[in-house]
Design a binder for this molecule. Structure first.
Ligand code: ARG
Length: 459
């Protein structure tokens, strides 16, 4: 048991208590950030005249040595240490002797851990941003490719009106653009340095908090020492954002699963992104999409866990807050993995344009356009709705589509119909006439794609 705080105790900690209290099994994930933070702290201590330059250099060498040895695998982070902070400090003292004991001057583990977790999370946000960016780039490329891939648009999972695949994918494009924006916002808001807050009340040493903030690329020091050692809002925000990312990926996965089903065959997932069955030789399953959908629950769980952990904690630091790590780490890893795999999956899937088109032609997706035709010929919309309803009923009885009816049959139901009805309800017309921005028509889509092109360049 390597502890930093034995002095005022008369007994050894019970082993079970020690194990229960320890966090090294999971906080070793940010060993690099812990060392990086210590280096900045030591540089600042020397600049403020609290350490000599020689002491600073000795400590920096020692910290560098620890970092290198951990990365090489010659130094193991073991359960012998209570947490990553104890591990680094104990090793430093082993390595360089008494000077190492000066590292923790003007610092508490409370501001130290607040810093480490922020540094780690900030780096994770940057990786997450990259992954969302890659997904956006793939969606953008697919949109450009599928401006005339007609498909049914659905409401209630019932065919509603014809759209294009580009238009459908464009919906996800917007969702992930917002997710990207949320990641940027969170990064901005969290980017203040807690180092120098001490346990909760700052220190009497003349620390230069601006200097450490700058060395660690923060916008500045956090302005309240109580707040910044006990604030985990940024994690709650991030988990909220990742829950939304996962919700989006999950909805999209659900659609891919449906589109990839034997009944739909709108898309076919690449073999590299599918799995087989141990018993049924014919099976090719969309396990990746299902796993993404399934893992969404883990990320929601992490958000709930963090909100619940924080809700009753009086200011400032309490040990409950050590629970901010495992679920959050898992959520970040899960979201990163899902984003990467999902992007690969949609990039490699084959789109079955013909099946999509055939499906769009069935199911009366042009019924609204038939009603609009009547409206354009002077029939009030409500009456037009009724007339087309009768057309649909007639077609259902005869098992045909609206465009399969003869003009004579049309005229029997309403004399307003003329030869040009066929053109008015063709798939092309139904899609291409919808050209106000945001709609599926090519003109509108081209505008949106141009805007997205600029947006992607700006990221
Ligand atoms: N392992 C602790 C955590 O993650 C480090 C901070 C310990 N501070 C303390 N006052 N016991 O929260």
């Amino acid at each position: 048991m390597a502890q930093l705080w034995g002095g005022r105790f008369t007994k050894e900690t019970d082993q079970l208590v020690y194990n229960f209290n320890a966090s090294v099994s999971f906080d070793q994930k940010f060993y690099k950030e812990d060392i990086e933070g210590s280096m900045a702290h030591v540089k600042m201590l020397a600049a403020a005249g609290i350490l000599t330059e020689a002491e600073r250099d000795e400590i920096l060498d020692g910290l560098n040595g620890i970092l290198e040895d951990v990365e090489k695998g010659t130094l193991q982070i073991t359960a012998e240490y209570e947490d990553i902070h104890s591990f680094v400090e104990a090793n430093l003292i082993d390595r360089i002797g008494d000077t190492g004991k000066k590292l923790h001057t003007g610092r508490s583990r409370n501001d130290q851990v607040a810093l480490d977790m922020r540094l780690y999370t900030r780096k994770e946000i940057d990786s997450l941003k990259e992954l969302v960016k890659e997904l956006l780039a793939v969606l953008h490329a697919l949109m450009k490719e599928h401006m005339d891939t007609y498909m049914p648009g659905f409401t209630h999972l019932q065919k509603a009106q014809p759209i294009t695949l580009a238009h459908h994918l464009g919906a996800y494009m917007e969702m992930f653009k917002r997710d990207y924006g949320r990641l940027c916002d969170i990064r901005e808001r969290m980017n203040y340095c807690p180092l120098g807050a001490g346990a909760l009340a700052g220190t009497t040493y003349p620390l230069d908090r601006n200097m450490t903030a700058e060395l660690l690329n923060f916008k500045g020091p956090a302005l309240n020492s109580i707040d910044c050692v006990s604030d985990r809002d940024y994690l709650i925000e991030l988990l909220g954002c990742l829950s939304t990312v996962m919700m989006h990926l999950s909805r999209f996965s659900e659609e891919i699963i449906i589109w990839n089903s034997n009944e739909y065959r709108f898309v076919e997932l690449d073999d590299a992104y599918s799995t087989g069955s141990s018993i049924m030789p014919q099976k090719k399953n969309p396990d990746i999409a299902e796993l993404v959908r399934g893992k969404t629950g883990r990320v929601y769980g992490a958000l709930m866990q963090m909100l619940t952990t924080m809700k009753g904690i009086p200011l400032a630091y309490n040990k409950d807050m050590q629970e901010d790590k495992e679920f959050a780490f898992d959520a970040m890893d899960t979201a990163k993995g899902c984003l990467a795999l999902f992007t690969g999956m949609i990039k490699t899937m084959t789109v079955n344009k013909e099946n999509m088109r055939e499906s769009a032609k069935k199911g009366f997706t042009n019924a609204t356009d038939a009603a609009d035709y009547l409206v354009n010929h002077g029939v009030p919309f409500r009456d037009a709705h009724g007339i087309v309803g009768r057309l649909v009923l007639y077609c259902i009885e005869k098992d045909i589509a609206l465009e399969d009816m003869s003009l004579e049959e049309y005229k029997k139901i309403s004399p307003v119909f003329e030869e040009d009805i066929y053109e008015a309800i063709s798939l092309e017309t139904c899609v291409e006439k919808r050209e106000t921005i945001g709609a599926p028509g090519r003109k509108a889509m081209e505008q949106v794609i141009a805007i997205n092109e600029e947006y992607l360049k700006s990221l």
